[in-house]
Design a protein around this ligand. Structure first.
Ligand code: NAD
Length: 512
């Protein structure tokens, strides 16, 4: 991925952007910022960010310090009704626009993001806590995604002939936008998970309601400014800063045709139930418990770099985190030694510090979730190679953690922690490695480390996962479809499959 400008960012510059440029207490509906009314006077700020519907006041935090950086108001279901009306009104003309016009707007979003690259990176570091270098990759990935769909939509034939064995008739095929879409995203990759949905939806000719995570609104709300600036027709994209109540109202609204959700399995099940009413089209990108397999012939030093990248990037808050290590028993002892040295020397700290390699968790809630698993590991008497506790002091920091010889019956083996916690076990041959890798209710991704490419490819074919890296870090190209098997979700984002998720094919049959 091409990296854009080098950044010279500080918390102060990012805070200034947050204060001066992010529109708070408003939803972006029908091309305008619509003020969200203040709650009744006796209600306070939702400081535990529980998404309560008793108050619409909501705090945004700096995960590095745990301090409130901004307060805003969250939408209600009344805003959803307003936004659906706008998206419905816009659909008739937007769905008929020339693909070149849609491509123009997608490129314009990418251009604007490039111009505001430093600001977007800064807001992401400030609100999410991730190190600057990781936030730069995120913004670059989002830009690449808008450009990718601008490029492929103009190449898709408007009307093509389908070959048949029937000589007397002609069969033609075209694609139509699925309709009005409800897009709901999590907090772990602000702007990226949004781009993966919004870019193909716009390319296809859909109009949308977008609900970014209420936890990382600062970077996500900048999109409203960008859409205003590029003059996207009113109502095509409506952005609703809201929590569960708003998500539920979106996914159950009768005029919504398609729901695309990225988030946890617990919420994913609710979304699927909500979307069942009226038989809405649905895509779900859910959790993972992916394996990294290190074969006996692997270079141990390089394998450790891949292990660390796979579990400690974004403090482990990655759906495709390779959180289960399977290492060949012949090299396990040596690998654990190297892994311990590398893990304990990882610089943990403020995302704005140049030497930080792992930042805090995103929220107190996420910190408590990781703490819960540390306590379970203690109760289960797991062998802790390193870490296993929270970092004392301010902010939401947990130690990068590795448990060894973890039984497959352990809760930590089975459940998604969504933090910097690796569980490992050993295997004796490739067949056992495949069996262990597939021993999960999830099946999103996997990594294989081996110097035998043929054997690694053979293993890749047998591991159930939507994306497999061999001797590579977790690179996700816009051309590659993204999604899992089993309980990791339904459907694919990115690539041609990602566009198909927002289109329905139509066939026309006529005589020759
Ligand atoms: P979450 O499920 O708590 O929230 C996701 C979104 O759903 C948020 O915007 C939230 O406000 C909204 N929401 C909550 N209740 C809702 C309801 N009843 N109806 C509709 N929307 C509702 O997830 P999270 O904590 O933000 O993100 C972490 C999870 O996301 C992890 O499980 C991770 O694996 C998953 N994830 C998956 C992928 C993927 O591509 N498979 C990518 C990123 C994250």
């Amino acid at each position: 991925m091409e990296m854009l400008k080098s950044t010279d960012l500080t918390r102060e510059t990012a805070s200034q952007t947050a204060q001066n440029e992010v529109v708070l207490n408003a939803a972006y509906i029908n091309g305008d910022w619509v003020t969200i009314e203040a709650p009744a006077p006796d209600t306070g700020i939702d400081t535990d960010n529980a998404g309560s519907n008793k108050t619409n006041n909501h705090a945004l935090y700096d995960p590095n310090s745990g301090e409130v950086i901004a307060t805003t108001r969250l939408c209600t279901s009344a805003h959803v009704a307003q936004a659906v009306e706008a998206a419905d009104a816009a659909f008739a003309s937007w769905s008929q626009t020339a693909v070149s016009e849609r491509a123009h707007y997608l490129n314009a979003i990418a251009d604007s993001m490039e111009q505001q690259f430093d600001k977007l990176v800064g807001l992401s570091v400030l609100n999410n806590g991730k190190p600057i270098e990781e936030a730069k990759i995120d913004v670059s990935d989002a830009i690449a995604c808008y450009r990718y769909y601008a490029n492929i939509i103009i190449k898709q034939a408007t009307l093509s002939e389908v070959l048949t064995n029937e000589p007397a008739v002609r069969l033609l095929k075209t694609y139509a936008p699925v309709g009005i879409c409800a897009l709901i995203t999590p907090w772990n990759f602000p702007m990226v998970t949004t781009a993966w949905k919004l870019a193909p939806a716009l390319a296809a000719g859909c109009t949308v309601l977008l609900k970014p995570s209420e936890v990382t609104l600062l970077p996500e709300l900048m999109l409203g400014n960008i859409l205003s600036e590029i003059g996207l027709p009113k109502g095509v994209v409506n952005i609703l800063p809201g929590a569960a109540e708003v998500g539920a109202a979106m996914t159950s609204h009768p005029l919504i045709d398609k729901v695309s959700f990225t988030g946890s399995n617990v919420v994913g099940e609710k979304v699927m139930t909500q979307a069942a009413r009226g038989i809405k089209d649905i895509s779900l990108e859910l959790g993972g418990k992916s394996a990294i397999v290190v074969c006996a012939n692997a270079d141990i030093d390089y394998a450790c770099d891949l292990i660390i990248g796979g579990i400690f990037a974004n403090a482990g808050q990655i759906c495709s985190a390779t959180s289960r290590l399977l290492v060949h028993q012949d090299i396990a002892e040596q690998l654990y030694e190297t892994l311990k040295v590398k893990t304990t020397s990882l610089q943990i700290g403020d995302g704005f510090a140049a030497d930080t390699l792992m930042g805090p968790l995103v929220s107190e809630q996420q910190l408590n979730q990781v703490k819960k698993y540390f306590d379970i590991a203690t109760a289960e008497h797991l062998d802790c190679l390193t870490g296993g506790e929270l970092v004392n002091g301010s902010g939401y920091f947990a130690m990068p953690t590795v448990y060894t010889d973890v039984p497959t019956t352990s809760q930590l083996w089975k459940e998604e922690v969504f933090g910097p916690v690796l569980v490992s076990t050993t295997f004796t041959d490739d067949a056992e490695a495949v069996r262990l890798a597939n021993d999960s209710k999830f099946a999103l991704a996997a990594t294989i480390v081996s110097t035998d490419e043929t054997a690694a490819l053979e293993m890749a074919l047998q591991i159930k996962a939507g994306h497999i890296w061999i001797n590579e870090q977790q690179i996700v190209l816009p051309e590659a479809g993204w999604g899992g098997f089993k309980q990791s979700g339904i459907g694919r984002e990115l690539g041609g499959d990602g566009l198909s998720a927002y289109q329905k094919s139509k066939h026309v049959l006529l005589p020759y």
